[in-house]
Design a protein around this ligand. Sequence first.
Ligand code: CA
Length: 253
Amino acid sequence: MQRILIVEDEHAIRGLLAFLLRPAGYEVLEADSALTAIDSVSGQRPDLVLLDRMLPDMDGLKVLKIWRTEASTSRLPVILVSARATEADRVEGLQAGADDYITKPFSRDELLARVQSLLRRTGNGSGGVPELREIGGLALDVRSLRVTVDQQPLPLGPIEFRLLNMFMSQPGRALSRQQILRQVWRANAYVDQRTVDVHIRRLRAALEPTGHHRLVQTVRGVGYRFADPHSARGARPSPSRSDSPEETPVRTS
Ligand code: CA
């Protein structure tokens, strides 16, 4: 059962959130202050956090920033819940690292849709998403957030991890930079498309020592694709070739 931590100092709202989430099949944990929430997360890791922005002891954004700077919680799925509904408030929340933003008052349907959507995107959804992806010796564990190459741990930054997770969950599919932005940077679309290229370069560099960078293919005029190992062109990469692989259209010149 997936566990959701509700961080909310107002008893009535906390009770309402729990009342809506429990029948939908979630285990609900509650925290009525920032410090309780931080304690709770460090003890029993939830699958998702609903974080109120205005808490009595600390700004919710500050709690979020604390989680984002800690390696163990940097990818914790967090939805900010706030009565502050202006665009500037949302942008501020997303830039602080929130995965999504819900404004009060919210409807039951919106709450459940956003929770389910985020759990799906972070690979914790109950829709049969495998927790371990393995392609050509490269393995990514969604649960422990670890990547290994031929059983050796491969340290990756949070964005590179999300990129790799996105690629490995849909091998063979050509993805535009816009699609990659949406999937990896999630609701935070205030990122330039060139940022995608920067992080692709970083991911390739991390994969290069074992030749797995060749799995991250450039699709000319579109974006990128992760090689499908079950198709002919996606066989285990050969480390001897160091050029960046491209899907080159037939040239008639
Ligand atoms: Ca509050």
